[in-house]
Design a protein around this ligand. Structure first.
Ligand code: NAD
Ligand code: DAU
Length: 353
């Protein structure tokens, strides 16, 4: 079971699993919020082992039914509210989905798996989390390691930190085989255009302002989404139960430098003179509680499981810009709610179970 498989990272995870393990039965459990989009999976939706279930992870009984029906033996949990700015406006939704939803999923897995003759044997509950739980680093150095104490600042990171604690509690209390990974900022195709990179590509395309928060000096560590999906496949199969692994690209960028590079790449691919869109950069009021710097040390994952990122940043950024410029209908649909109609056409109101 993959939760949140219709979202940005989840759809890349499902594609990676289908490609790497064509014999698997994979059930995508997604509520299809504004961020969930089945169009992300069009190329794989007819794969023989793939099924979609529209369900809310907070719906404990429904999740129990799905686990029983498909004899689920592994869960990769990505479903969440994921956008920091939204969490500042609407923290309740974040606590509900990210904390109570994760708890409901843990409890459903526990009760179903403990009732089986072989119990937890061969089972895995894998929770996908974020580097934001560690708080913020100073501008002049240091990395988040797996030992860094939690210090979340935004409602989003507080909700993710809380869900991580519940996952560890289920491992420590009930012996459930749980794994957690904490990853840095992802970028790539299919990311909802509210996050920095896709929002700015779309704005450059339409000659709209590029709203850089504060002075643009905040630092993020960027990883191409397919590298993250590959790490998730590896950890799901080879990670130690009870372990936490950090995932990151050793690829830090100040926002303003990243935006200037993005302008350069996008202008070039649009055939505009280099730097044509630089005047669109507009410094706006800073995000409340804006964490200064994130930087992940992923040495443990490299050492234990041999994972390293494969793409250089400029290469990944160019692939991403190309994808957005080649897929204007996708951007139009996700921002207009068209994909909800697609869902109704494909699945109607039928329950898939
Ligand atoms: P996203 O917002 O693109 O997708 C989230 C998906 O979860 C959507 O398909 C949505 O419909 C689904 N969902 C939301 N609430 C649900 C519910 N109650 N029940 C079932 N499905 C529900 O998110 P993303 O960027 O792909 O992030 C996926 C996961 O990875 C999240 O847990 C996030 O915290 C984590 N993460 C993201 C990043 C990043 O840079 N995007 C980095 C590290 C970790
Ligand atoms: O670090 C991992 C996290 O990365 C994930 O857990 C989150 O789900 C994901 O959304 C992302 O969080 P960020 O807040 O870092 O991503 P976002 O794209 O929103 O912002 C990246 C940086 O750019 C951040 O410093 C805020 C800044 N920013 C963002 C937007 C949307 C701007 O300056 N202007 C903007 O309009």
């Amino acid at each position: 079971m993959v939760t949140g498989g219709a979202g940005f990272i989840g759809s890349h995870v499902i594609r990676t699993l289908i490609n790497n393990h064509p014999d698997y039965r994979i059930v995508n459990v997604d509520k299809l919020t504004y961020a969930g989009n089945l169009e992300n999976l069009r190329d794989v939706e007819n794969a023989s082992g793939y099924r979609f279930e529209r369900a809310d992870i907070c719906d404990y009984n429904r999740i129990c039914e799905i686990i029983d029906h498909y004899s689920i033996d592994g869960i990769i949990h990505l479903a969440a509210e994921s956008h920091v700015d939204r969490s500042i406006v609407d923290p309740f939704t974040f606590a509900h989905t990210n904390v109570m939803g994760t708890l409901s999923l843990l409890q459903a897995a526990r009760t179903r798996w403990e009732a089986l003759p072989d119990g937890y044997n061969g089972k895995t509950f894998y929770h996908i989390s974020t580097d934001e739980v560690y708080g913020a680093l100073p501008a002049d150095g240091g990395f988040f390691t797996e030992e860094t104490p939690y210090s979340p600042h935004s409602p989003y990171s507080a909700s993710k930190a809380s869900s991580d604690h519940f996952v560890r509690a289920y491992h420590d209390t009930y012996g459930m085989p749980c794994i957690i990974t904490n990853c840095s900022n992802n970028y790539g195709p299919n990311q909802f255009p509210e996050k920095l990179i896709p929002l700015f590509i779309n704005n450059i395309l339409h000659h709209r302002p590029l709203p850089v928060y504060g002075a643009g000096l905040n630092v993020r560590d960027w990883l191409y989404v397919e590298d993250h999906a590959r790490a998730i496949d590896l950890v799901f199969h080879n990670g130690r139960a009870g372990a936490t692994y950090n995932i990151g690209g050793f690829n830090e960028w100040r926002n303003i430098d990243l935006v200037r590079l993005l302008v350069k790449v996008t202008d070039r691919l649009l055939g505009r003179p280099e730097g044509d869109s630089l005047p669109l950069i507009t410094f706006v009021t800073d995000r409340k509680g804006h964490d200064l710097r994130y930087a992940i040390d992923s040495t443990l994952l490299s050492r234990e499981l041999g994972w390293t990122p494969s793409l250089q940043f400029e290469e990944g950024l160019e692939k991403t810009v190309r994808w957005y410029l080649d897929n204007p209908e996708w951007v139009g649909n996700v921002t207009s709610g068209e994909y909800q109609k697609y869902y109704e056409t494909m699945y109607g109101s039928r329950k898939n179970l």
